[in-house]
Design a protein around this ligand. Structure first.
Ligand code: NAD
Length: 497
């Protein structure tokens, strides 16, 4: 039976009264697995009002107590790790290994949120003037909001609400309408971990529901992760409404392959980082830049790619799953066809691939192009599919210039045995996350997720210290106490001691 996804508002899991519903599908079969409500205006209003009410008491809860909620939550998430991963696979098509990684990377952020007291420590300077001390207090803001994409249904909501709530805020989450089931399970477990009612709310919908959140005067921050045009729209609209915004957008991540690199490592890592998760990762490598003689490895790379087969999530031999939707698949195929027409050489064509028993799924086998130039449409756009573009340059300087000329700056990597080349690359590259012989350099949660340029709009990034600054305000106190005000009797007793 097809389930109706509930809202989680005013402390209860409740069916929406809306007339507008969206199908949630299994990408491996395109069968409908759930119906998602586009919440009504009054339901969204109720969620925000309840989050505002809950903030008044939650911000007064002792910081170690808020941290203990995160410890309980981390424990529960670990206990339910495999079950959440299976649910996540059912709505994304991700393989079991990949889905487990998605959940695990989220759990690591909850672990970081359990350290919240040390992350929220202010600063003090004694005697900024005679008898005057200054110190800062780090205080929560109020109701924070998160709007998340389809590709990491556990990790990305967990980038947001645990950090915001540990800081003393309350949170309204609007998960991707394509993958709402994982988010609901995360909310159930959060309640089970002991989260007071109203601290977390989950609403569903699309553009009009998001617009209501962006404009609402009681929402203080917007955390967004998704595609470039929507990130730009969210940043512009929410800042117009005077909100603090962090908007993480799309990417075009290059791996620079130096001729002195370890060839086996290069080939293995290029395959997994480009087509793993069907290329639907914001940190996927989508362009391989071969420097000098390393271009001789392209035929071997193509041969390795040809061995990789997608399949259904519980097939242990499947390297990755389907694309998220039929629309996503036809968009990627459109870019592949455009690449062929514009003169790129299609070394391996993954279109036309199907999986027996799942012929209606959104399958695409690995696709590799060579002879790609920066002017081509498939280089200009984020493809977000299992498609790798191969480009060639003569020198490291040319590789750096190529990557820096690309509008995006999410992630990049260099494979080399030369420390000086790696040092030069890390220093000169205009990209926020750099891997040296590491293909997908996603930072752990004690750092922050630091995409740059066209991959990020805002100032403060996700998780780590930057998230604490994003979800809090700094209050600076300057204090003077007059000796004369100490009562005589008290002064006497102080002197006696
Ligand atoms: P998307 O932009 O289509 O949707 C993201 C969210 O925005 C969803 O919740 C959706 O309901 C909402 N939304 C969609 N259209 C909207 C509109 N017109 N107005 C207001 N809200 C709208 O993104 P997606 O396809 O779900 O996710 C894939 C994209 O996310 C890729 O571009 C990928 O690179 C990017 N991404 C970036 C990062 C990062 O950290 N930079 C991480 C993961 C994914």
């Amino acid at each position: 039976m097809v389930q109706s996804v509930p809202l989680y508002i005013e402390g209860e899991f409740r069916q929406s009264a809306t007339q507008r519903w969206v199908d949630v599908t299994d990408p491996a079969s395109n069968q409908v697995i759930a119906k998602l409500p586009c919440a009504t205006d009054s339901e969204i209003e109720a969620a925000i009002a309840d989050a505002k009410r809950a903030f008044m008491s939650w911000k007064e809860v002792a910081t170690p107590e808020r941290a203990r909620l995160m410890l309980n939550y981390q424990h529960l998430l670990k206990q339910h790790h495999d079950e959440i991963a299976a649910l996540l696979s059912s709505e994304t098509g991700k393989t079991t290994v990949d889905a487990k990684g998605d959940v695990w990377r989220g759990i690591e952020v909850v672990e970081q949120a359990a350290n919240i007291a040390s992350l929220m420590m202010g600063e003090t300077v004694e005697n900024v003037a005679t008898d005057i001390d200054s110190y800062s207090l780090i205080q929560p803001l109020g109701v924070c909001c998160g709007i998340t994409p389809f590709n990491f249904p556990a990790m990305i909501p967990l980038w947001m609400f645990p950090m915001a709530i540990a800081c003393g805020n309350t949170f309204v989450l609007k998960p991707s309408e394509q993958v709402p089931l994982t988010a609901m399970r995360l909310a159930e477990l959060f309640e089970q971990a002991g989260a007071p009612k109203g601290v977390l709310q989950v609403v569903h919908g699309q553009k009009s529901q998001v617009d209501q959140l962006l404009a609402h005067p009681d929402i203080r921050t917007i955390s967004f992760v998704g595609s470039v045009p929507v990130a730009q729209y969210i940043y512009q609209t929410a800042t117009t409404h005077f909100k603090r915004v962090q908007a993480f957008a799309g990417a075009k991540n290059h791996m620079v392959v130096m001729p002195d690199a370890n060839k086996e490592q290069v080939l293995t890592n290029l395959v997994s980082s480009s087509v793993g998760a069907a290329g639907q990762r914001c940190m996927a490598i989508s362009v391989a830049v071969f420097v000098g003689d390393s271009k001789a490895w392209i035929p071997e790379l193509v041969a390795e790619m040809a061995k990789v087969k997608p399949g259904v999530w519980n097939d242990e031999t499947a390297a990755y799953g389907p694309l998220i939707s039929a629309a996503a698949k036809s968009r990627v195929i459109g870019l592949i066809e455009q690449g062929k027409q514009q003169g790129a050489i299609c070394e391996l064509d993954g279109t036309g691939y199907t999986v027996a028993g799942y012929e209606q799924g959104n399958w695409l086998a690995p696709t590799v192009f060579s002879g790609v130039t920066p002017a081509m449409e498939l280089y200009q756009q984020e493809i977000f599919g299992p498609v790798l573009l191969c480009m060639t340059v003569d020198t490291l300087e040319e590789a750096i210039a190529l990557v820096n000329a690309n509008p995006y700056g999410n992630g990049t990597s260099i494979f080399t045995a030369c420390g000086a080349a790696a040092r030069k690359y890390q220093h000169q590259i205009q990209v926020g996350q750099v891997g040296i012989n590491v293909p997908i350099p996603v930072p752990l949660p004690f750092f922050s997720f630091t995409g740059w340029r066209g991959s990020f709009y805002g100032d403060l990034h996700a998780y780590g210290k930057q998230a604490v600054r994003f979800y809090t305000e700094t209050k600076t106190v300057t204090a003077r106490w007059f000796d004369d005000d100490i009562p005589a009797a008290l002064n006497m007793s102080i002197q006696l001691k």
